[in-house]
Design a protein around this ligand. Sequence first.
Ligand code: SF4
Length: 172
Amino acid sequence: MQQQSIGGVDIHYLSLCKRKLWLYKHGIQMENESDQVLQGSVLHESAYPRLEKREVLIDNEFKIDSIDGEFVREVKLSSRMRESDRLQMLFYLYQLQLRGVVKKGLISYTKERRTEEILLGPQEKLEIKAAIAEAYKVVEKQKPPGLKKLSYCKKCAYYSFCYAGEGDEDDA
Ligand code: SF4
C-alpha cells in the first residue's frame, strides 16, 4: 500500500493496540458516535467553555485541538488511556518542535478533574521518535497484527470485527 503519514491519533492507537492501528490505517474505520474521541470533543465544549477550541492543521498532516498560549491542550473523559494520551501529546509537541515551535502540553481529565502537564525532554523525544518508527513498521505490514485480548477490547470500536472468529493469538 502507498505509505501514509502517521498522525497523533495513530500514535494513540499504536499505544493502545497495534492491531487497531493497522485496521484503522488500512481503511477499516469503525469509530462511531460513542467513540471516546467524539465524546472528548463534546466534553471539551461543556467542561471547558472558556477554552477556545481552535483546530490547527499543521502542514496538512495533523490537527491539534486547541492551542492556549504556551500550551497545546487536550480534554479527555478519563485517564483510563493515560499512557496513550501522553504519547499522542508528545507527538504533537515533537511535530511542533520540528517546525520551530516550542510548546508544553496540558491534558485535562474531566472525570478526575485533573490536568497533567506533559513536557518534551530529550528522553521523551527519543521515545516519540521510536513510537513513530514503530507505527510505520506496523502499518507497512501485509497483514494485521494478531488479535491480542486486552481489557480495552470490549470498549474498542473494532470489537465485533476482531471477535467475529477470525482472530489468532499471535503477539502484536
Ligand atoms: S478489539 Fe482488541 S484486538 Fe481488536 S483492535 Fe480493538 S483493542 Fe485491538
